[in-house]
Design a protein around this ligand. Sequence first.
Ligand code: HEC
Length: 130
Amino acid sequence: MNFKIRKSFLTTVICLFMFASASADVTGELIQEYKAKGASTASSERGKKLWNKDVNGRSCTTCHTMSVKNEGKHKKTGKLIKPMAPSVNPERLTKKRKVKKWLLRNCKWTFKRECNAQEKSDILLWLSQQ
Ligand code: HEC
């Protein structure tokens, strides 16, 4: 390989690497953001508990069902919701804006309040491992 080719090859590899790390680890980035807002280390155990926590007959499982690997159904509209587990649905947790938007909305619907930075970290960590 001459020098020029080697250089462009290296540039490509570096770009691919940057692209992959920028787009793939939305969970990691958000957990860092929540840390900056006061959350301590995320715990998937706490995340799982919160996901299943029942508040006046509502929980995250109300629409997403008992298994995040299954298709869910919106409690009110009846609309189907694709599985939440990234292992089954690789599109999950890949768009920061989408994750933030729905965490806000769904915590409000389910718990009648916003989730705090710690809760969001915990839930995201657990979800990302499913
Ligand atoms: C009233 C029904 C409902 C409940 C209850 C609900 N969700 Fe959702 N959730 C949705 C819908 C609808 C979407 C968006 C449609 C889609 O992405 O398939 C969504 C999407 C999401 C996403 C976006 C994931 C991604 O990257 O695509 C996250 C994160 C999420 N919900 C978390 C939660 C958490 C945490 C709870 C419990 C606090 C919860 N949801 C409870 C209906 C619900």
